[in-house]
Design a protein around this ligand. Structure first.
Ligand code: NAP
Length: 225
């Protein structure tokens, strides 16, 4: 018996990186999982296979969660498939790093939509079914950068700081309904997102990490669980 037996969970952006690790970890602990992806269909199907091969339950569902109607369809897919939604993990996110001087409006808007509006969209779609079910759990993946700031990431840091304030505010709205809303704010984790950093950036970041190594996606998954 796992801690999450009979629980259903949506993990957004679960085709790769941290979301993939969260989906696999919660499935291993007994949850039935919706593996959301946007572009990486083959990778999402591979995550579903990894879960079902290990005896777990999962489906893949394509939705661009920066769009309200697609986030709504994602929540509906979970309820249609498993009968309910117990846990929402808002993990989907992306970066478009550059100094403010050279940041285009499109780079700003894309990150705001993928990293912050996506959290609004998915929470908005999930909150009514959770209230009706008299309980739920929401975990939003923020970032240490949303607390500390980071040169070259005004868009990303602002979006993640927004996720933190959104989380605290929604927690105050729905705590009395037995719904908890929390953030996990990871440091630097080895994924495609951080593999895109230059060697100089990685060396500078490593100098700030007491362990002297990047974190692993599984570390974040354990914190979420
Ligand atoms: P990643 O390896 O780049 O993976 C990003 C995931 O998000 C992919 O599965 C991608 O799916 C999905 N995604 C992006 N935009 C989407 C959209 N509009 N709709 C649906 N899915 C979307 O990133 P990661 O490093 O695992 O990061 C995951 C989360 O952790 C992000 O919120 C990130 O900001 C946060 N975080 C990461 C680090 C780090 O050091 N890596 C540190 C702190 C916080 P497709 O490929 O299918 O589009």
């Amino acid at each position: 018996m796992g801690t999450f037996d009979n629980k259903t969970v949506i993990v957004t952006g679960a085709s790769r990186g941290i979301g993939r690790a969260i989906a696999i970890d919660l499935a291993r602990r007994g949850a039935s999982v919706v593996v959301n992806y946007n572009a990486s269909e083959a990778a999402a199907q591979e995550v579903v296979r990894a879960i079902t091969d290990a005896g777990g339950k999962a489906i893949a569902f394509k939705a661009d969660v920066s769009k309200a109607d697609e986030a709504g369809a994602l929540v509906k897919a979970c309820i249609d498939t498993y009968g309910k939604l117990d846990i929402l993990v808002n993990n989907a996110g992306t970066t478009r790093d550059t100094l403010l001087m050279s940041m285009s409006e499109a780079d700003w808007d894309l990150v705001m939509h993928a990293d912050l509006k996506s959290v609004f969209n998915c929470c908005k779609a999930a909150i009514r079914p959770m209230i009706r079910a008299r309980g739920g759990r929401i975990v939003n993946i923020a970032s240490v950068v949303g607390l500390s700031g980071q040169g070259g990431q005004t868009n990303y840091a602002a979006a993640k700081a927004g996720v933190i304030a959104f989380t605290k505010s929604l927690a105050k709205e729905v705590g009395s309904r037995n719904i908890t809303v929390n953030c996990v704010a990871p440091g630097f984790i080895e994924t495609d997102m951080t593999r895109a950093l230059s060697e100089a950036q990685t060396t500078a970041l490593m100098a700030q990490i007491p362990l002297g190594r990047l974190g692993q996606a599984a570390d974040v998954a354990h914190a979420v669980a």
